[in-house]
Design a protein around this ligand. Structure first.
Ligand SMILES: Cc1cc2nc3c(=O)[nH]c(=O)nc-3n(C[C@H](O)[C@H](O)[C@H](O)COP(=O)(O)OP(=O)(O)OC[C@H]3O[C@@H](n4cnc5c(N)ncnc54)[C@H](O)[C@@H]3O)c2cc1C
Length: 356
């Protein structure tokens, strides 16, 4: 009998398993495919503390600590410490610094002409300034899956991958067991649904209508830029454009695009032509030599969000021993270890699921 059976091996499930095992709990993780193959594996890999509410800044800081810890313990370098730069109109500076100040986060404010030293190709306007933070990171999700797999194994966590869709047995108001490949039934004192955008599907299987969760499609474009490989990942507030260097002279670029879909698979059908065009237009406005940036692929994936935009962390109504962590929006990688820590009961769910 495990203390906790976690359904889902993405950033959230793995952080939960790691923090739980460190506290001495007997933990199992069940993943339908391989670790970090869901939204986490499709993310742009940016983890920054430059977020707009203090609680998110605190969560991102915790995520950075946990990711560093796991990388150090395993020797798997799955992140790069890159720092992060927000380029914004000067009039919004104070408001934007507030969440960082509230968390005692160190930052530097850059004048427009100083930004060039960090992102030489970026067109910066006179009315703009930059906020630079240094501990932010970019993450390689496939290496991250390997690192967490290794550290969890060292901590005695049983990780079950390639399980397809999970079969859950119920016993009145309790989950009795979850079966993994080969029919083995895993039993736990409690179960955590950490299946990200797939939680809605799992909830449906156990008879819970998750109308509080909306799934949407998110996309990122990969561009190849000659000589553009070393710069600080950035966000331009005017266009909601974010950009980070990736491998072999490519960059990953995206913005706040979101299209509501029914099921997560609908969000995995790849890039839309209009989106690529839109990103190309935004880049044309923002970089000195747009012709240097050629589209070189990209991908899409699912995200999930609650009506108030806050993650949902709490007990699944109608179930004594089932909990859910979800609604991480397009920030789930950076919120992951923060929400995992709060899932230990210190924070109540901000949006309650409803049962049928
Ligand atoms: C294009 C894109 C770009 C993004 N960029 C960023 C970014 O730069 N920074 C950031 O912080 N966030 C970003 N996000 C958001 C981030 O990816 C997600 O919020 C985060 O990965 C959610 O993590 P999770 O562990 O909750 O979900 P997931 O990573 O989806 O993990 C859930 C896991 O559960 C598994 N699963 C599903 N059903 C079952 C089942 N029945 N049984 C067992 N396992 C199951 C899935 O295979 C999956 O591996 C982006 C998202 C997308 C799509």
């Amino acid at each position: 009998m495990y203390d906790v059976v976690i359904i889902g091996g993405g950033a959230v499930g793995l952080s939960l398993a790691y923090l739980g095992a460190k506290r001495g709990y007997e933990v199992a993780v069940i993943e339908s495919r391989h670790l970090c193959s869901g939204a986490t594996g499709r993310s742009a890999g940016i983890v920054t503390v430059q977020l707009s509410i203090p609680e998110d800044v605190a969560m991102a800081k915790r995520t950075i600590e946990v990711f560093r810890e796991v990388s150090d313990l395993t020797g798997v370098p799955f992140y790069r410490r890159t720092g992060f730069l927000t380029v914004l109109p000067e009039r919004l500076l104070d408001e934007s610094l507030e969440p960082l100040r509230a968390n005692g986060t160190t930052y530097t404010v850059l004048k427009a002409y100083e930004i060039e030293g960090h992102v030489p190709f970026l067109r910066v306007y006179d009315h703009e300034v930059g906020i630079l933070t240094l501990d932010d990171m970019t993450v390689d999700a496939s290496k991250m899956g390997r690192a967490f797999g290794a550290v969890l194994s060292d901590f005695g966590v049983d990780v079950y991958e390639w399980n397809g869709s999970t079969s859950i047995s119920l016993d009145g108001t309790r989950i009795r067991s979850v079966s993994v490949n080969g029919g083995t039934e895993l039993r736990g004192r409690s179960y955590v649904l950490a299946a990200g955008p797939w939680n809605k599907v799992v909830l449906k299987e156990i008879g819970v209508r998750a109308s509080f969760l909306t799934i949407y499609k998110c996309q990122v474009v990969r561009v190849k830029g000659d000589g553009v490989d070393a710069y600080v990942p950035l966000y331009t507030m005017g266009e909601h454009l974010y950009m980070r260097p990736d491998m072999e002279g490519t960059s990953v670029v995206g913005n706040g695009y979101a299209k509501v879909v029914e099921v997560p698979e609908d969000a995995m059908d790849g890039l839309e032509k209009e989106y690529v065009q839109h990103i190309a237009e935004l880049l044309a406005e923002r970089v000195f030599n747009p012709e240097d940036f050629r589209v070189n692929g990209g991908w899409s994936g699912p995200c999930s969000i609650t009506p108030d935009g806050y993650p949902v962390i709490g007990r699944v109504p109608g179930f004594e021993n089932a909990y859910i962590v979800d609604g991480l929006d397009g920030y789930g990688l950076m919120r992951a270890a923060g929400v995992a820590e709060r899932s230990s009961g210190r924070r109540r769910a901000s949006s309650a699921p409803t049962s049928t």
